[in-house]
Ligand binder design. Structure first.
Ligand SMILES: NC(=O)c1ccc[n+]([C@@H]2O[C@H](COP(=O)([O-])OP(=O)(O)OC[C@H]3O[C@@H](n4cnc5c(N)ncnc54)[C@H](O)[C@@H]3O)[C@@H](O)[C@H]2O)c1
Length: 338
């Protein structure tokens, strides 16, 4: 199975094949949703990839196993937790990396209300371990995943990377903000080049089963009701995963100094419109249960991507209508639904 039978290709037309300098890149969280797509794209352009992932069961690890199966023997894989300094150090001892793409994390805003310590361990301690090992083994270039959640309850839109983000409203967001701060310290003290990417609600083939899109899709297929929070009026800047990948690869190529950038579609849509597009892609209507806001949720996310355009030359290419059709194609193929 390829990319859900969609035959999507990553476009790197600006990369001259013959002059391409192969890099050895550590991708943490490479069995995860975004990590999987990043690894796939790096391999396709000829880079050498080492993956570290602990394959935890926050969601069904079979999906992580199935993602990794796509790579066969093209990667070196280590089942290691990034909070385990001793085990992680062995990976750095074995490989001299050119760059690190740090995507492993405990994700999810809602779960951080239930289990805050998982975030402290994987996101805060994990990041510090990565930075310390990079320092010890003299790896200077780091691209890492931050999140639109750092904008917390900010009401000024679009969200700009220069806006104040000192008032997080979930532990998840607080750990992601701490990642940006840790990276700055290593940039300042040791001259690291760091690029923190604030992803905005990423969706697409091989997507996470804990996210609203997968939960909605499953419920609609099974004739079960879906909860439409804030009566469908909240807005999300849904961003297609292949667009995210293009941004991550560009960041890996251009990381220099210290930068925080938004990677978002910059076209927020109302939840109710999102559900309508999903119904269209599925050819089936949802049973909608209209409810109020959930604790820890925000009304709108909306990325200002002017700086990202300048620094990376990046622009998202995929509309929500198009992206959802591709997601459903993959979903039906992977979960064997007629
Ligand atoms: N998907 C989104 O919409 C979104 C939005 C904003 C930010 N992000 C960030 O992007 C990154 C990737 O997210 P994703 O959606 O692919 O999530 P994911 O859960 O699918 O991927 C994360 C991967 O990291 C691994 N992992 C978690 N803790 C680990 C640990 N302690 N040691 C080793 N591996 C560990 C998991 O097993 C998983 O395979 C995360 O840092 C996340 O916080 C994602």
């Amino acid at each position: 199975m390829g990319l859900g039978g969609n035959n999507e290709n990553y476009k790197f037309s600006n990369i001259p094949y013959w002059g391409w300098n192969i890099m050895k890149i550590l991708v943490t969280g490479g069995a995860g949703f975004i990590g999987f797509h990043v690894v796939k794209a790096l391999l396709e352009r000829g880079d050498e990839v080492v993956v570290v992932d602990d394959m935890n069961s926050y969601y069904n690890p079979q999906l992580k196993i199935d993602r990794l199966k796509q790579f066969e023997d093209k990667i070196s894989f280590y089942r290691v937790s990034i909070w385990d300094f001793v085990e992680l150090r062995k990976v750095f001892e074995k490989h001299q990396f050119d760059k690190v793409c740090h995507l492993a994390a405990q994700p999810g805003v809602r779960y951080s209300l239930e289990n805050p310590f998982a975030y402290q361990r994987s996101n805060s301690l994990g990041m510090l371990n990565i930075l310390e090992l990079m320092r010890e083994f003299n790896v200077k270039d780091l691209v890492f995943a931050s999140s639109s959640s750092v904008y917390g309850g900010n009401t000024k839109v679009p969200f700009n990377v220069d806006d104040s983000v000192d008032k997080p409203i979930s532990i998840y967001a607080a750990t992601k903000k701490s990642n940006e701060l840790y990276a700055h310290v290593y940039h300042h003290l040791y001259g690291f080049n760091c690029m923190g990417l604030r992803f905005f609600t990423v969706y697409g083939p091989w997507g996470r089963p804990d996210m609203a899109l997968a939960l909605f899709t499953k419920a609609i297929i099974n004739d079960e009701p879906i909860k439409v929070y804030n009566y469908g009026k909240m807005q999300r800047d849904f961003t297609y995963v292949i667009d995210i990948v293009t941004g991550v690869l560009s960041a890996l190529d251009k990381v220099n100094g210290y930068n925080i950038l938004n990677l978002g579609n910059s076209k927020p849509v109302e939840l109710i419109y999102f559900i309508q597009c999903l119904e269209k892609a599925l050819g089936k209507e949802a049973q909608k249960e209209m409810v109020g806001m959930q604790q820890g949720d925000v009304h709108i996310t909306y990325a200002d991507i002017e700086k990202t355009k300048q620094v990376l030359g990046w622009e998202p290419q995929t509309s929500i209508e198009e992206g959802l059709v591709k997601y459903i194609q993959w979903y039906k193929e992977y979960y064997k639904i007629n």
